[in-house]
Write a protein that binds this ligand. Structure first.
Ligand code: FE2
Length: 385
């Protein structure tokens, strides 16, 4: 039996969603346990499929398992007990925790380099700020992308949000914008009270992560805006001292590419005050195929209570790098580098984290950019926990 495109994602407290595809009917069942070959538990889920022009997807199975112990290895099989065994490790209950961050992945040789480096990083959770497969309507490319990422995505939770390359409407024939993405990359939106798979939040260790949707409505009257305010209202910085937001189109960007785009600056004009008021620590973005880190910013000026903005859209896609930056470099732009790579966000404890940028061509463990961050929750000038 062909069990392919296996991947996992966090789903509410102490639960994991397992997703896989088969080319013929199989039960949406996962068998799992804490030692190889010994499956003490099983869980059932649901199966869906989708049509896109002449393409019909395989069966996409989706099963949420748990409650799971934290920081524990699990072994699992999908569909039937004789299928291949996979394993994953759950994230820790508390700090330290390490996120890998890489946007605009695609599926080139450069993507493979990025994935190899991420695999060696000993990360707990991957954050992908949009632009996954670059299928761009060629549906089989979604399948090859699922195969490419399976060795990593079946072992650690991958949390993604949509980019512009996930939009696959076809004039007059296929009007829906995110058919493939939503069918294949189901994220815990219901678990986080969101009405849409295009924006949601999750909590892991002591971190609250909000995954926003740059390509769905974000105006002050939109569902997303309302949900964002409600979600921030539930954040308890004593429980989750770190507050992270992820978008696709960067709100701050000194690269020539995607300069002034509505999904970036328009979204910022609506939501920047909300994020600043909530004392968000970091905003990750993709979209621009280069690396850039800003200092803490609010309304275009350095501000010690604003988020650090980081663009990490250089995962390795087929479009190449965005080589040209605006000259002179704005004062609020601290580091910029048009190379492929990934970032690591290592949160040591409630107050301290290390952000590093790893270029694909550098040796293991070498970081071209490195900065220590202190959580705003424990900065008395900004917040009082
Ligand atoms: Fe993009």
């Amino acid at each position: 039996m062909l069990i392919i495109q296996v991947r996992i994602s966090l789903s509410g407290t102490n639960h994991m969603r397992i997703t896989w595809t088969t080319s013929f009917p199989t039960p949406a069942t996962v068998f799992y346990g804490t030692s190889p070959g010994n499956y003490t538990f099983s869980a059932k889920g649901s199966t869906n499929m989708y049509h896109y022009l002449k393409y019909t997807s395989g069966e996409i199975h989706d099963v949420v398992i748990g409650p799971l112990n934290q920081n524990t290895s699990y072994y699992y099989r999908c569909g039937i007990k004789s299928s291949p065994e996979f394993s994953f490790k759950t994230p820790p209950a508390r700090f330290p925790i390490k996120f890998a961050v890489a946007g605009d992945l695609g599926q080139t040789a450069r993507t493979s380099s990025t994935l190899e480096n991420i695999a060696k990083s000993n990360y707990d959770v991957l954050i992908l700020p949009g632009d996954l497969s670059y299928a761009d309507m060629r549906q089989k490319k979604w399948d090859t992308f699922g195969l490419l990422v399976q060795p990593l995505a079946s072992k650690r939770p991958w949390m993604v949000t949509q980019g512009n390359h996930e939009i696959e409407k076809f004039p007059k024939i296929h009007r829906s914008r995110f058919t493939s993405y939503n069918a294949r990359w189901l994220m815990p939106y219901e678990e986080s009270g969101s009405p849409s798979n295009l924006f949601y939040s999750f909590e892991v260790a002591g971190v609250h992560v909000i995954m926003l949707g740059s390509y769905t409505e974000f105006g002050a009257g939109s569902d997303q805006y309302r949900w964002l305010k409600a979600d921030l209202g539930k954040v308890d910085r004593r429980r989750t001292p770190w507050l992270v937001v992820v978008v696709h189109a960067p709100w701050y960007n000194s690269n020539v590419a995607h300069q002034g785009e509505y999904e970036g600056v328009g979204m910022r004009s609506v939501m920047e005050d909300v994020l600043y008021g909530a004392r968000v620590d970091v905003v990750f973005a993709g979209h621009v195929h280069a690396y850039e880190r800003f200092v803490r910013v609010y309304k275009d000026k350095a501000n010690n209570c604003g988020p650090v903005y980081i663009t990490a859209g250089a995962g390795g896609n087929r479009e190449g790098l965005a080589l040209r930056f605006l000259d002179p470099q704005p004062k609020i732009s601290a580091f910029r580098d048009p190379t492929f790579g990934h970032g690591q966000f290592s949160i040591l404890n409630a107050t301290l984290a290390l952000w590093t940028w790893h270029r694909n061509n550098d040796k293991d463990g070498v970081a071209s950019d490195k900065v220590w961050l202190r959580s705003l929750a424990y900065d008395p000038a900004c917040y009082n926990v």
